[in-house]
Design a protein around this ligand. Sequence first.
Ligand SMILES: [Zn+2]
Length: 445
Amino acid sequence: MLNGPHSDQFAEALRPDVIHRRIRQLSGLGPRYVGTAGEREARQLLVQQLREAGVPDVREEPLTVVQYEEVSATCVYNGALPATGLQFTASGAVQAPAVYLGCPANAAEIEELQGRGVELQGRIAILHSIYPYELLPHITASGAVGVVVACSTPSGLISRFTGRMYPRIRPEDFDESELDVPGVIVNEEALRPVLVDLALGPAQVAIEHVARYAPVETANVVAEVPGTESSERVVVGAHYDTQYDTPGACDNATGLAALVAIAEGAVRSAPKRTLVLVAFADEEHGLAGSTEYCLAHREELNSTIAMINLDALGWALAGERALYADPAIRDIAFEAAAAIGWTPEHELEASTFAGSDYNPFIDAGVPAAYYWRYPPPHPYYHTSGDVPELVDAEMVSETAMVAAHLAMTLANDLSIHPGRSKPTVRYLELRPEHLDAAAPAKESS
Ligand SMILES: [Zn+2]
């Protein structure tokens, strides 16, 4: 266990066996896909756990999101290959020559291939990725007519992904006809004959995707530990939904176990600034709960000094200690971690990757920090294989301790003022001054 000024306060709540029990309990509810019974039960359990932790004010804040439901997904090449829908891509059927893009890390790498003569226009693009939503805008803008994500999950399983992550599509703005092209996900073993044939010459692939989109009610769970000396706030958040058919032990029962533990430790210490603990709804389809939180709490955003994100805190392999942070809080987050012996080995300017609930906060002006373990990614990411047996509770407890230490440092040291966020990429205008200016126009439309 890491040692620092707050380790005693969290020693009990962050004990690995306590963390592991919480992870098992949440995972035991089954998939928490938005709009399902598992999701509702998880929400109720979190309300109960945060109340039991002694947080005086725990409430559900409702929101409506667009739910994706797969009707059918097929990929045909010398017979049907096992396929599932790439969520938030268009419904439709297309048959076209395939083009293989390998495993691009970002759009720039795809552009480099295009510069070497790889043609996307009129093709079905095949690629390996665990964040296809980051690459799809470039692929479709380049004229591809369909997308096949090759997924390397073992045992014939297929991970589920969304084709659109952030900005969130609000139900009132959602227009299915604006989705670009159909997309499917196929296990890479099944796709191998296509990739082999593509190495030797052209290969024609057919895909079909049919989806249903409907509004569904859900809620964020918001718990507040009031500050004793300041009206300023620090938000700590973890999403409680999962992808379609996963128990979500790592993603994100680990973050929720940490959230409840931080609540317990914080209640006992009476922080000077208000600590807000949020279990976010529907992260997996576009950071919907965290975006809605920023919209609903716009009056508080100017006095919200930071957001700390808890998501997928550690599976069985150690991986690298990773810090994703906004530049305004990077040094504070780095030094707070290093001070208790956790030195980040892998860093990213958080706004350059729209991958978790920190993004809306950064767009809202609130600097955010996210400690986790990556790479390597979980081999059963977003599948039924994300089980408690593959989570290392000691490592989760360690990463959670770093987040807890930063939270308490920010909550108690009134001399720390990170200032407003300074993102490289801004996806959405969520800063309070802009929201207020835009509000009348939105109401009249
Ligand atoms: Zn997650």
